[in-house]
Design a binder for this molecule. Structure first.
Ligand SMILES: Nc1nc2c(c(=O)[nH]1)N[C@H]1C(S)=C(S)[C@@H](COP(=O)(O)O)O[C@H]1N2
Ligand SMILES: [Mo]
Length: 343
């Protein structure tokens, strides 16, 4: 077992100290019923705990590092709450329970799961406070789970049910977005394998028309895809490293975590695209339109040990990018783009 030498796992960058990006759903489902957290499934005693009952359990404060799969990290947020272990003890889990599924009170009944022994040994928290304040609704208040040492998609906002299971049940991001079910940031367990094999991907790409399509983990590295039509496409985790994408159209597409390093994007249109966590290092962005794009933790240059930018993307006066998109970037990336575009 190699011990992590840095608090920052590979491929992650630090968010600005005062920033906590929101990822995924932004609101719980509406409802007038008082908030409860139900314990169900393989337990001796089914229960529905009120927030006051949860607060009555031993209170824990713990500084936890957040690592989002979209490549931003936020170190040392102090969460206040109670341990999953203490909550579960009230319901007496059956020995046959091997997985725990957390379910949200949200429009899509969002969920995520973990092996039960792992959830317990990692010190999973039901958090009601962050930095000494009640948890914001935006960040999962009144109660969310926080799972240390896993990508943050394992930490569920607006917890309303804890279900103990004999077999795993994949959560939303794991089942629908191709995120890895183990989610260890030090092993970079971000994605499961691409859903398309190489031949199927090649056949699809020869049409140069992906608009509105959903393709997880597409590999188009090094290909000539000049004029590709991909407006509104869902292409999370796609690999376009070194590809020619001149005049390509990705308006409104979801390219979260795509690899566009070294890609030729001259004259391409990425208006309103979801580009969180995208790697643009060494890409040619002259004449490229990035207005309205979501750029949280997108990478435009690598930073050398001495702090100098290396392998930066190319910008010029015809690159279009707006303030709102720039504001979402990590500080060093914003500085790099500022230097490029202001001479
Ligand atoms: N209910 C719910 N929980 C969720 C999500 C979601 O979409 N819905 N997104 C997950 C993801 S991908 C991340 S990175 C974190 C983001 O939490 P934050 O918005 O408080 O930063 O919540 C996780 N929990
Ligand atoms: Mo995430």
């Amino acid at each position: 077992m190699i011990r992590p030498s840095s608090p920052l796992p590979p491929g992650q960058q630090l968010a600005a100290a005062d920033k906590w990006p929101t990822v995924g759903e932004r609101l719980p489902a509406q409802g007038d019923d008082p908030w409860t957290v139900a314990l169900s499934g393989l337990v001796a005693q089914q229960l529905a705990l009120s927030l006051a009952e949860i607060r009555g359990l031993p209170w824990v404060e713990s500084a936890i590092d957040i690592h989002c799969v979209t490549r931003w990290s936020k170190l040392g947020t102090t969460f206040g709450g109670v341990l999953l272990r203490d909550v579960l003890a009230l319901a007496r889990p059956d020995p046959s329970a091997r997985f725990v599924s957390f379910v949200a009170r949200s429009e899509r009944s969002h969920s995520t799961s973990l092996p039960l022994d792992e959830a317990l040994s990692l010190g999973t928290l039901l958090a009601l406070e962050a930095a000494g304040q009640p948890l914001d609704t935006l960040h999962g208040g009144p109660v969310r789970t926080v799972v240390p040492r896993r990508y943050f998609y394992k930490s569920l906002k607006w917890l309303t049910r804890i279900e103990l299971l004999a077999e795993d049940r994949l959560g939303y991001w794991e089942g629908q977005a191709g995120y890895h079910n183990k989610a260890d940031p030090w092993l970079e367990q971000r994605f499961i394998a691409p859903s398309l094999d190489k031949r199927a991907a090649a056949a699809l790409l020869t049409t140069r028309d992906l608009h509105g399509q959903e393709v997880l983990g597409l590999d188009a590295s090094g290909r000539d895809l000049t004029g590709l039509q991909a407006a509104g496409a869902v292409l999370r985790n796609a690999r376009f490293a070194g590809a020619t994408l001149r005049e390509a159209v990705f308006d409104g597409a979801n390219l979260a975590l795509a690899n566009l390093s070294g890609a030729d994007l001259r004259g391409a249109s990425l208006r309103g695209a979801g580009l969180d966590g995208v790697d643009f290092t060494g890409a040619d962005l002259r004449g490229c339109d990035l207005r309205g794009a979501l750029l949280t933790a997108a990478t435009f240059c690598q930073i050398a040990a001495d702090g100098a930018p290396i392998r930066g993307a190319q910008f010029d006066a015809t690159t279009r990018i707006d303030e709102a998109s720039l504001a979402e970037l990590m500080p060093q990336q914003r500085e790099f783009i500022g230097r490029q575009t202001h001479g």
